[in-house]
Design a protein around this ligand. Structure first.
Ligand code: SF4
Length: 283
């Protein structure tokens, strides 16, 4: 059985940097605090907890002497101000590409445009983007875009991990609603590359495996993207989710992983599929 892993599977540089910063801070200070989980992956969350990284819901729960790590996908403006007022030791892991989206929405607002964010309601990154401007509208689906009133001037950005397909169908609707529409494609380049590689590999493989947590919207989106091209696509959180029966009669397996999936989980899955391949060959 041939196994191919896409080049950009797994951690993007923003998430890798945030995880490394969390381990480094835990090592240096003993404890580091985070508001919610910095990565949507149970294995990484456990590794971080074991290293001394603690998750709290509010800033007030963080002891004054301990650092707080702000996640790769951005933090709301009000939380930044509150942490600065409290003179906390902030370790900023905000990805530079997320910061660019913050800058873009500010420019759209300064240019007198309604800000529309294509993204998941309630997602940390989307909340962080929305907090940069006085007013914004979050649209997750074309159906939601249909509900919007007519507008004279608006500007669109997207959550960094959206698929180009979802953004395109929403833009198609927005064009009918907004007279003067400016679109800034803020899907980040690691996401674009991973999506492109998945699309290519899914069309050439007999079976696709997407490794990622079921709590990760990004991993679920990649699975959906792959499944649209190759219905034999399975999402797994770890080797435990793999069913050897999937591989009967399969010659080529394609693998990718969400941006919050660590390298070792990808390696473990590859190793497991190699073992299954050997056992099938021996029968
Ligand atoms: S998904 Fe993209 S924007 Fe988000 S942290 Fe990774 S590189 Fe940065």
């Amino acid at each position: 059985m041939k196994i191919v892993i896409v080049e950009d599977a797994g951690y993007c540089f923003g998430v890798r940097n945030a995880v490394n910063l969390a381990f480094k801070a835990a090592d240096e200070y003993g404890d580091v605090y985070m508001l919610g989980h910095i990565v949507h992956n149970e294995s990484v969350i456990k590794d971080l907890e074991d290293a001394g990284a603690k998750v709290v819901e509010v800033l007030d729960d963080i002891p004054k002497e301990c650092p707080v790590l702000f996640r790769a996908h951005g933090t709301t403006d009000s939380l930044w101000r509150k942490a600065q007022q409290k003179e906390m030791n902030i370790i900023d892991a905000t990805c530079p590409l997320v910061r660019e989206i913050h800058d873009e929405v500010k420019k759209l607002e300064a240019n007198d445009r309604h800000v529309i964010i294509i993204g998941d309601h309630g997602h940390d990154e989307v909340s962080g983007i929305a907090s940069q401007v006085k007013d914004s509208i979050v649209v997750a689906t074309p159906e939601e875009a249909q509900q919007l009133p007519k507008m004279k001037r608006a500007g669109v950005v997207c959550q960094s991990t959206q698929t180009i397909e979802n953004v395109q169908v929403i833009i198609d609707v927005l064009i009918t609603k907004v007279f003067d529409l400016q679109v800034v494609n803020t899907i980040c380049f690691p996401t674009k590359r991973n999506q492109e590689q998945i699309k290519q590999l899914a069309s050439k493989s007999d079976l696709m495996i997407i490794i990622g947590s079921f709590i990760s919207a990004n991993s679920k989106r990649l699975t959906q993207l792959s499944r649209e091209i190759n219905p034999k696509t399975y999402q797994v959180n770890s080797v435990k989710d793999i069913d050897p029966a999937w591989f009967n009669g399969i010659e080529k397996v394609g693998i990718s992983a969400g941006s919050s999936t660590p390298d070792y989980l990808i390696e473990e899955v590859k190793f497991k599929i190699e073992e299954i391949s050997k056992s099938i060959a021996e029968v």
